[in-house]
Ligand binder design. Structure first.
Ligand SMILES: C[S@@+](CC[C@H](N)C(=O)[O-])C[C@H]1O[C@@H](n2cnc3c(N)ncnc32)[C@H](O)[C@@H]1O
Length: 308
């Protein structure tokens, strides 16, 4: 994503070295940039942005071990891990697959919010909400039930694109998202009765049992490694016959991996087993891509499940 997080070191000289290093990095002089970043970290050892950028540069220079050491420093100096150094370590094979740091997701989407819709819809051909809408209509038609829902919850609601797609079919929407800026955008649509800045799992936990007919997650499960806890809570919150629909990215292998785009990809068997283990009935699991990358569709799944 075309946004970069910068956390000042609090030391003017170190910050200035960082700026010079970024200039050099953008001009392609990676060795000189790395050298300046090292100097910046000597001046300010707790300078997480410098450690993180050093990690990226060392990775590009093919210095894997040095990159790992720098990313570990970035994590250590910013335990909330707003840069997502832990994800880079996972990609380098130096960390176990684990949950995405909430502070990273929040920082990423807070910065992304002003240009989110242009970037995602126009540049990446994003079609997650339309895919979910079509899939939910098909699942309801197959079950001979109307596709109208009194209460719906939009997990990782972002700016509100999924609520817009379902607007005519839902009476009352609750939106939950980690990013306050995305929530502000969602609020300005007027599509939601309630909006919560929260992690989707925590948000679901605060909802009464059997209190929603529909739960959606459009392009949001790609930020959740382990689907089991969210699926179990979704089952609790849905009424009997209620519908859960989500998109995710996928891969040909087993289980869950982290992709180069720093999003998780869930294998089809993993999704099927997780849905069933949560006590939901799988109505649909289809290979459909919700967005493009480098002008090619990213492999994805559209999943619809029903509470018995
Ligand atoms: C790619 S956007 C999709 C937004 C929207 N659903 C749409 O279709 O346009 C992903 C959103 O999920 C949110 N998100 C990611 N992980 C989350 C979590 N664990 N809990 C709540 N929101 C999360 C992000 O903040 C971001 O707004």
């Amino acid at each position: 994503m075309p946004v970069r997080l910068f956390l000042s070191s609090g030391d003017l000289v170190a910050d200035r070295r960082f700026d010079f290093a970024r200039d050099l990095q953008l001009k392609g002089d990676l060795v000189a940039a790395a050298d300046l970043l090292l100097q910046a970290t000597e001046l300010a050892p707790g300078f997480a942005s410098a450690w993180f950028t050093l990690g990226e540069i060392r990775e590009r220079l093919g210095e894997r071990d040095a990159a790992i050491a720098a990313f570990r420093k970035a994590q250590e100096t910013d335990p909330a891990d707003r840069h997502g150094a832990g994800l880079r370590l996972m990609l380098l094979g130096a960390g176990r697959l684990s949950a995405m740091p909430q502070a990273y997701v929040r920082a990423l989407f807070d910065q992304y919010a002003p240009k989110f819709e242009t970037a995602l819809v126009d540049d990446l051909g994003y079609r997650g909400p339309a895919l979910l809408f079509k899939a939910v209509l098909a699942a309801r038609a197959a079950a001979r039930k109307p596709a109208f829902f009194r209460r719906a919850i939009d997990l990782g609601c972002g700016t509100g694109l999924a609520a817009a797609a379902f607007e005519k079919n839902v009476d009352r929407f609750i939106g939950i998202d980690l990013s306050p800026r995305m929530i502000e955008k969602a609020r300005s649509t007027g599509l939601y009765a309630e909006l919560e800045v929260d992690d989707m799992l925590q948000g679901l936990r605060s909802k009464p049992e059997a209190s929603a007919e529909l739960i959606l997650a459009a392009d949001a499960m790609v930020y959740v490694a382990d689907l089991a806890p969210v699926l179990a809570e979704a089952r609790r919150v849905l009424v009997s016959g209620g519908v859960l629909a989500f998109t995710t990215e996928t891969h040909d292998g087993e289980g869950v991996i982290i992709g180069g785009g720093l999003r998780y990809a869930h294998g089809a068997d993993y999704v099927r087993e997780s849905v069933e283990a949560a006590g939901l009935n799988l109505s649909q699991l289809e290979e459909r891509s919700a967005r493009n990358e480098d002008s090619a569709p990213v492999p994805g799944l559209v999943v619809v499940a029903t509470k018995p």
